[in-house]
Design a protein around this ligand. Structure first.
Ligand SMILES: [Zn+2]
Length: 453
């Protein structure tokens, strides 16, 4: 029997807002949406769950996270990007066990669910994020990372990547049908300063051969641009110190990716701060997609990505939080608000990044960027019932004249009252139903002691 969820507003995103609206869920799919009175008339036998003064909207979609790094929140307030990355990798490999990384990923899932996120595209090197996502009930894509700046180690890195992918696929196929429907596996050659040209080529061939989605940290920092242009900058110095040869291509990251065949995979490119009009034209020609991470880009001092130019070129763009090591939280509503404000401030344009545009960016446009738009991203009959309810009765977000304005400009993840994936309530406004949060808290407290100092 279908269940009716009602609230003071429903924002289907791909249709107009509905005042005193209701959503009908049958099993794992949405089967109707409209004004409450009409819906109750059409489904007189169905139970009604009234969420009161809330807005119901599609589950939020985070196009870039690193769940395994959650314990690094606030640990690396280091001003130099290259040192920040080096410390992160060192602390992770020297001080954390696979069980610790699983606790980190579980905490990351709890944080995401508590802030209304139903799908995440997670790039990681460990097995932990996939395990935590299976357990949590969330939807998403797990991008298995590969590293290796030394050309001579490319084959070895590729073999290791293949072994990790095999393990992921085995795990998914051994799980239930619901897991196979929720989670996809992709690959992520980490970044131009940490992956050799040869490894980029081999990974792109593998992705095309196996039809795997690809995500890459791209055109993020000035040091990355310098490395590719003439081998200078902090990354160039670091590679030389380690005795690793790097032949600078003398061009932008996007041109470099074109030369390497990487753009043939129509990749999801994370950041893209340092791109010009001709780069964007190339991206559009190859159907590349963008994960826009405004807070991480700002906090690490990288700059502001040209969101309006991406959108003018017709690129698919979603919002990403990046890791909490550089954010320092995973709150997509805060990300949307910050994104809107920084683009208005830097573009001297109060009409840029409206509440409606930002709402789309964290829902349907995020789904398009991940190739999930037929499955999720809007409240529409036939789509998976991925839904979030946000309270509108708090002192800081009431009165709510327009629900999208109230969500984007006055609310935050802590106002979420319900998070649901495929018709299953994963967060009920009080606790996450699929993960033992008290146990995660105990483990994270121990990890904090390991990472401190
Ligand atoms: Zn990242």
């Amino acid at each position: 029997m279908p269940i009716i969820y009602s609230a003071s507003w429903v924002l289907p995103v791909t249709a107009s807002p509905v005042r005193q609206g209701a959503v009908v869920i049958d099993g794992e799919i949405f089967c109707d949406v409209g004004p409450y009175d009409d819906i109750v008339g059409r489904y007189p036998q169905s139970a009604v769950i009234d969420l009161g003064d809330c807005v119901l909207l599609p589950g939020l979609i985070n196009t870039h996270s690193h769940l395994e790094l959650t314990a690094f929140r606030g640990r690396l307030e280091e001003p130099h990007f290259q040192t920040w990355i080096r410390q992160l990798i060192q602390l992770k490999s020297e001080r954390l066990t696979p069980d610790d990384l699983l606790a980190c990923a579980r905490l990351g899932c709890c944080e995401a669910l508590r802030s209304g996120i139903t799908s995440t595209a997670d790039t990681s090197d460990a097995a932990a994020p996939l395990d935590a996502l299976i357990e949590s009930g969330m939807r998403g894509v797990v991008f298995q990372e590969t590293f290796g700046p030394d050309e001579s180690q490319a084959e070895e890195a590729l073999d290791s990547l293949k072994r990790k992918l095999d393990l992921h696929f085995e795990k998914i196929s051994a799980s239930g049908r619901d897991v196979r429907a929720r989670l996809k596996i992709g690959v992520s050659p980490h970044a131009p300063y940490s992956v050799s040209a040869r490894l980029f080529r081999l990974t792109a061939e593998l992705a095309i051969d196996r039809r795997l989605d690809v995500a890459i940290h791209t055109a993020e920092s000035i040091d990355e641009s310098r490395l590719l242009l003439d081998g200078s900058g902090a990354f160039g110095e670091s590679l030389r110190r380690r005795g690793i040869a790097f032949d600078p291509p003398g061009c932008s990251t996007i041109r470099y990716f074109e030369q390497l065949g990487v753009l043939e995979t129509a990749p999801l490119l994370i950041h893209c701060v340092r791109v010009d009009e001709s780069d964007i034209e190339l991206l559009a020609r190859h159907n590349a997609r963008i994960s826009h991470c405004p807070k991480s880009n700002a906090k690490l001092g990288h700059g502001v990505a040209p969101l309006a130019a991406f959108q003018r070129a017709g690129l698919k763009v979603g919002l990403g939080t990046d890791s909490v090591a550089s954010n320092n939280n995973c709150d997509l509503i805060e990300e949307a608000r910050f994104g809107s404000l920084i683009h208005r401030a830097t573009g001297l344009n109060a009409g840029a990044c409206t509440h409606d545009q930002m709402l789309r960016l964290m829902t349907i446009e995020g789904a398009r960027a991940l190739g999930l738009e037929k499955v999720t991203g809007s409240i529409e009959s036939g789509k998976q019932a991925d839904m979030t309810a946000i309270r509108l009765d708090r002192p800081h977000n009431s009165p709510a004249y327009d629900p999208a304005t109230a969500v984007i400009f006055s609310s935050s993840g802590s106002d979420v009252a319900l998070t649901m994936v495929a018709g299953r309530v994963l967060y009920d406004g009080d606790q996450v139903m699929t993960i033992d949060e008290a146990e995660v808290k105990r483990t994270i407290d121990l990890i904090r002691l390991k990472l401190a100092g």
